[in-house]
Design a binder for this molecule. Structure first.
Ligand SMILES: [Zn+2]
Length: 336
């Protein structure tokens, strides 16, 4: 009798609690929160620290952030020196389970193929992007990698629900593939269609490969939208859209910003005006958290259109999801 009570207290009670208690996950950015919710489903409770309407490079840690992270089971950051401010939050959290190097800490982008590595870019950009361009989530193929990283880590710290995390990760990854290529094309190609098409996109041979097989007419979704405007020239405020542009065929001919964080001086604006005219650029991308004064100036001199863009989920009521963020960008940039 005594043994069974001890067994009950030691095993049954903790298991029952475990089955009900959700994993507490804290993310730096809102797009990460969205992915954790998709992959973790009802097993997770997620809070994002940054305001999605603000520049993710510059977030001021607050005592409230320290409180939130104090009880977290898992802390997820974008990494690549974008959310460096996370270190201050971790230091002040008093939570040893989520410190760097522990299973409770994840850099979501650790294996994403990077652009603008320090050796490839001018030193002037080194200050703000010292590890390469960190805005990699704006390429849906990278978000699939990030979702897998998150799914695997959830399974590691909560093995009881590993199968569920795996299923939900697969569902999310497949949904992104469907939005990228269209359901009809995926069904026609059959099993592994998402992987096959991803390889073709990455090698820059998607359209050619589909054309050779008479499948181009079945292409739908984001890649079909992009195909209609491939090579479109744009000007951007900051180097935020290099991954998005590369995936969807935009040609960014220059940035308004000469030095990160410093509004473009008059001579810079005039140099961009010349480039916009010479390249017949029709669209200037200006983020919601930057002044649009320089963009408006260039537009007034050239007739180009200013498109207000976002980079995080939840930055506007129109973009409550990652899928909506990518759809918004494609729609507003490519269909003026
Ligand atoms: Zn940046």
């Amino acid at each position: 009798m005594k043994t069974s009570i001890i067994w009950f207290l030691l095993f049954v009670v903790p298991c029952a609690l475990n089955a009900q208690t959700k994993l507490k996950v804290v993310t730096t950015l809102n797009y990460l929160k969205y992915i954790v919710e998709e992959v973790g489903g009802d097993r997770v409770e997620v809070i994002a620290l940054a305001n999605p309407k603000q520049d993710p490079h510059y977030v001021t840690p607050t005592p409230r952030m320290n409180e939130i992270t104090h009880g977290a089971d898992l802390f997820i950051e974008n990494g690549l020196s974008l959310d460096l401010w996370a270190k201050n939050v971790l230091d002040a959290s008093g939570n040893p389970r989520i410190q760097r190097g522990t299973p409770g800490h994840l850099v979501a982008t650790s294996n994403v193929p990077l652009r603008e590595l320090p050796s490839e870019i001018s030193r002037s950009w080194g200050d703000i992007h010292p590890q390469g361009n960190p805005h990699c989530w704006l390429d849906p193929l990278n978000v699939q990698i990030i979702a897998r990283n998150i799914g695997e880590r959830l399974a590691e710290i909560d093995p009881h629900n590993a199968a569920r995390y795996s299923e939900q990760t697969t569902a999310f990854v497949e949904r992104i593939s469907s939005l990228l290529f269209g359901e009809r094309l995926l069904k026609t190609i059959g099993p592994k269609a998402g992987d096959i098409l991803t390889r073709k996109v990455k090698s820059g041979t998607l359209f050619e490969w589909l054309r050779e097989r008479n499948l181009l007419g079945l292409l739908d979704g984001w890649m079909a939208q992009a195909a209609d405007h491939w090579g479109m020239k744009v000007v951007s405020y900051h180097k935020t859209y290099v991954y998005f542009a590369s995936r969807f065929g935009l040609n960014i001919i220059g940035e308004l910003e000469e030095k990160p964080g410093i509004p473009p001086p008059p001579q810079r604006r005039d140099a961009i005006v010349e480039q916009v005219v010479a390249n017949q650029v029709r669209v200037i991308l200006n983020y919601n958290f930057y002044s649009r004064e320089a963009a408006d100036y260039v537009a007034s001199k050239t007739g180009a259109r200013v498109v207000i863009t976002y980079i995080d989920v939840g930055a506007s009521e129109e973009i409550p999801t990652y899928e909506a963020l990518i759809s918004y960008l494609l729609r507003h940039i490519m269909n003026p």
